[in-house]
Structures are given as C-alpha cells and as structure tokens.
Design a binder for this molecule. Structure first.
Ligand code: TNX
Length: 529
C-alpha cells in the first residue's frame, strides 16, 4: 500500500511538469516571480553576512537562525555600503513595489537580498525555506534562483485566543515565530473573554488576580459557564513586561500585534472581578453576568483599561470585540433604559452602536483606530471603524460598500478551531470540518464588490478559538498546515493560484516542521484528500 501511495505521489509530481521547476523551490507563500538558475550556493562558516545599518537586525536574525537550526556560525558585518564581494548581502531600501517587496538572487558565488521595509526580512524567510542539507557531508545548500516578490494584501493575520486556555509567553513567541516564516504579519491577540482576563491592568488589579484564575471561579462555584472548555481551562496572565517582550519579539519579525479587549459582551471575567460593571435589573440582581452595563462607571473603566493598553501597544489598531453581545439584557437594566431616553435610542442595537461609537471617539482622541467584529454594523457603524467579518462575508461586504476597511475572516473557511477532516477521525473541535483545500480556495475580495469597493478589503485572517484546544501541540496541530494555505492566499497573486503546486510544496514543509519542532497535522490522514 505504501509503495502504491509513493508511486501515485511520484506520478502526480511528474504530472505537475509545468509548475515543477517552480515547485522545486517549494516556497510558501508562492513568490510573484521566480526563475530557476543553474547551480547551487553552498553555505560555510567562512561566509560573512554583509548588511547595511537598516538590515543589521535581520542579519542578526539570520545568523541566529543558522546557528540554532544548523549549528552554522556566520559573522554579521555592518557596512555603510555593502561591497559586491560579500557572499551574503542584505540591503534595505532599494526595491520598488509594495511594502514588503524584495528581490532575492542566488548564484553559485553569492546570495543577495534587497528589499524595502520588511522586504529584507521576507527575502530571508524565502532563503530559509530554500536551505537544504546535502548528505552525507551535511553541506547546507541553496539552489540558484532569481526571485522578485511582493504581497497581495497588507493584512495577513492569524489570531490566538488565550482566554479559554492560557498560553505562556514562550508558547506565544513560538506561535509568532512560525507565522513569520510564512510572511504572516498581524498577530491578533484575544486577551479578554468570559473565561479569563489575561492582561495586567495596574488600575484594576482584580482583573488578573480574580479574572485570570479559572480555579478561583470554580471554588466559588458561581455564575461561571465553563462547560465549553475541554479540561476546565488554564490559569494565567501576562504582566506588562511579558507583553513588552512579546511586542519586541513580534517587531523583530515584522509582525504587528492587534490586542483585543472585548466589550460589551464576552465580559464575564471582568464582571466577576468587578461586579459593579455587570448589567443588573431594577432589583439589583445580575440576570446575565457577561454583559457590561452601559453606565458612566463602565465607560470610565473601559477608558482606563484602554489607556493602559494603548500605552503598551505601539500599533495603530485596537480591537474592541463587539461580538455576540446579549443586548436584550439591556432592556431590563435601568441604566440602559435611562440612556435610551437621554440619547433618543429606540432599541438595544442602537445602545450597542452608542457604546462602540463612544469608545471609538476615545480611541481616535488617542490616535488609534477601532477594529470590531461584524456585529458592530448593527444599529449603525462607528465613523471610521474597521470591520472583521466573521459570520460569513455579508458584514464585510456591507462595510466595504460603505467604504469602511474590512478584514475577511469568515466562517467556515477561516476557522482553524474546526476539525480538518471527518469529525470521527479528528480531535473534537467547533463547527463542521474545514480542510486546507477549503482555506486555499477562499477568495477574500468577493465578486459582489466593485474594484473600488474591493480595495477596502485590507486582507484576510485565520481565527483560532481554544475552548477545545488545551495545549501547544494541539494548537499547532489545528493551525498547521491550514495556516500555510492562508499565508499563500494572503500573499500570492490571485492569478497564480495553483492548488496542486501548493500541495506539493506543503508536503515539502515537513522537514522544516521537524526542525522547528512543530506538531503540524499530516496532510495525508485518511479522509482528508
Ligand atoms: C464565536 S468568532 C466567537 C468566539 C467563540 C467561537 C467558537 C467570534 C467573534 N466569537 O468567542 O470562541 O465562536 O468557534
């Protein structure tokens, strides 16, 4: 059977003859232009990585990568102008094209990478994927080639929910590391939810003293709805120093972090820590404990929290959640009813819209931009909000038609918490199966949009919710290889999609996965392809 499988695989590989030459290079995501040249470059510890000042950090990154993964120790040398004689040459700033564009030239004598902004780093990532060890002498080689590349979308995201199960700083860094290898550039960090508040806020210490301890809730045995969690969740939170170190780690890999602070729903952990934030009825009883009361006290709290979050995260976007709010609860809250009267609001959706708009004003006053899940369209969209379309594409399409920026992350395609094949063959997950093929074939710029409207689609993102994902190996199993399909559809030219070539390249990644100790799911499990 194995022999037959191998034979079949070779046949498929041969049939790919048209794209074979390109596929040999098996770079994911597929570069815009790639041509094979004659010969190989062989790396040795005598090679110097020659860099200009702007590329120095990337040069150091490449040096560390080679030392850690291949025990090959090269020197990095900084030049005002890198001489043509440098065996490995990294130069920033000279490449035309979109942000992240680069050129990578490998000849038997030299490796040269030139790029703008993040481009040199992306050139290094392509180079890393081309490295292969030649046995028996264990020489590290790169096939000669000529690559000119740039991304299709500027937003190539992957999220991580650290609320349902906590993931440590080291685990998050590994997650970011692998994202960077595939040129993903936005890490959406879901930091607060019903099951846990995971970011230290100095002004409200109980958010983490109480809100980050699932075991604490269990002791009290009140209110908590933890039965979604596969093994009861994990305690833990990030100190501000932890967060700073993750931000620096991501910056060094040209990844922006999008922090998410959930409101007005999904707020059970915060309300458990500070009950006065919760929606109450006229008797003072909390009928639901996941909804924030739209009181002045709540707005002050949120502005205080966001002030500390903004002080930490340098990027321009802040995600405020907005999904699945149980808005109907507001109709029983005297605070909400009084607010409706005062502001002339007619229903609960308008209360939500008021809530989000008020938070947006605050963010804008701090020079930040608001991102929210597509429910923020209900009751009227905040003036310059960016919409993450998760309940299918409808919200994103509507927002783009209203000339709002959109990130497409629709069910089912972009939900990597779903199983990857028939459910009886896979660990338990949310939702029906999503195969890597479904991810690969997804197109973020819907045909329903004119070219002008489609330009509002900033990009695409894979989402991971971890109710059923209790540890890092399981997380990696769920995310890979699907995130590779995401990376290619987010980066590579639409006209150059080729699922057979992608499959071939994807199967070539498993050597790297082994090198990186990544527990990716094997694509060949029965029932997948
Ligand atoms: C909906 S996707 C949620 C998450 C859950 C997920 C489970 C979204 C914006 N909200 O809070 O974890 O379903 O798939």
């Amino acid at each position: 059977k194995i022999l037959f499988k191998r034979l079949a695989f070779s046949l498929v590989a041969i049939c790919l003859s048209l794209t074979q030459v390109q596929a040999q290079f098996h770079i994911i995501p597929q570069p815009l232009h790639l041509s094979a040249q004659k010969g190989y470059f062989s790396l040795s510890s005598k090679n110097i990585i020659g860099v200009d000042k702007e590329s120095e950090a990337v040069g150091n990154y490449l040096q560390t990568y080679l030392a850690q993964n291949y025990k090959l120790h090269l020197k990095v040398k900084v030049y005002a102008k890198v001489p043509a004689t440098a065996a490995i040459k990294l130069v920033t700033g000279s490449t035309a094209g979109k942000e992240g564009a680069y050129a990578l030239k490998v000849t038997p004598g030299k490796i040269a990478i030139a790029g703008n902004g993040a481009g040199v780093f992306y050139g290094v990532q392509s180079l890393i994927q081309l490295l292969h060890t030649v046995k028996p002498a264990a020489i590290l080689q790169v096939m000669a080639c000529d690559i000119a590349d740039e991304p299709r979308f500027q937003w190539r995201g992957l999220s991580l929910d650290v609320c349902r199960h906590f993931f440590t700083v080291e685990e998050v860094k590994k997650y970011i590391d692998v994202m960077a290898h595939y040129k993903l550039n936005v890490f959406h960090w879901h930091l607060t939810d019903d099951e846990g508040w995971r970011i230290q806020i100095d002004k409200y210490p109980k958010l983490t003293e109480v809100g980050a301890k699932i075991s604490y809730y269990e002791k009290l045995g009140k209110f908590r709805k933890l039965d979604n969690l596969i093994d009861g969740g994990r305690d833990g939170f990030y100190t501000k120093d932890d967060i700073r170190s993750v931000i620096k780690y991501a910056q060094d890999r040209f990844i922006t972090i999008l922090p998410e602070i959930e409101m007005p729903g999904h707020s059970e952990a915060a309300i458990f820590a500070y009950p006065e934030l919760g929606c109450q009825d006229s008797t003072g009883a909390k009928h639901r404990v996941r909804m924030l009361d739209p009181s002045e006290h709540t707005f002050t709290f949120m502005e205080d929290v966001l002030t500390e979050v903004i002080a930490l995260f340098p990027n321009q976007y802040i995600h405020i959640g907005g999904d699945e709010a149980e808005m109907i609860d507001w109709l029983k809250s005297p605070t909400a009813v009084a607010l409706m009267k005062k502001e002339g609001l007619t229903n609960e959706k308008e209360i939500q819209s008021y809530f989000i708009k008020r938070i947006e004003k605050f963010l804008i006053s701090k020079n930040k931009k608001l991102v929210g899940w597509d429910e923020i369209l209900q009751g009227g969209l905040a003036e310059s909000a960016t919409v993450m379309s998760w309940q299918g594409e409808a919200g994103g399409i509507a927002a783009a038609k209203m000339h709002h920026h959109v990130i497409m992350t629709p069910l089912p395609y972009m939900y990597f918490d779903a199983p990857q094949a028939n459910e009886d063959l896979e660990p338990i997950g949310w939702n029906p199966p999503v195969t890597w093929q479904m991810v690969y074939n997804y197109e973020p710029q819907s045909k329903e949009l004119t070219p002008e409207e489609a330009a509002y689609i900033l990009g695409v993102q894979g989402n991971i919710w971890v109710e059923k994902i209790p540890n890092l190996p399981h997380l990696e199993y769920m995310v890979y290889p699907r995130a590779l399909a995401l990376a290619e559809l987010a980066w590579s030219a639409k006209e150059d999609k080729n699922i057979d070539r992608f499959e071939y390249k994807m199967k070539q990644q498993y050597g790297l996965f082994k090198l990186w100790n990544l527990n990716a799911r094997l694509p060949d499990i029965v029932g997948v392809d």
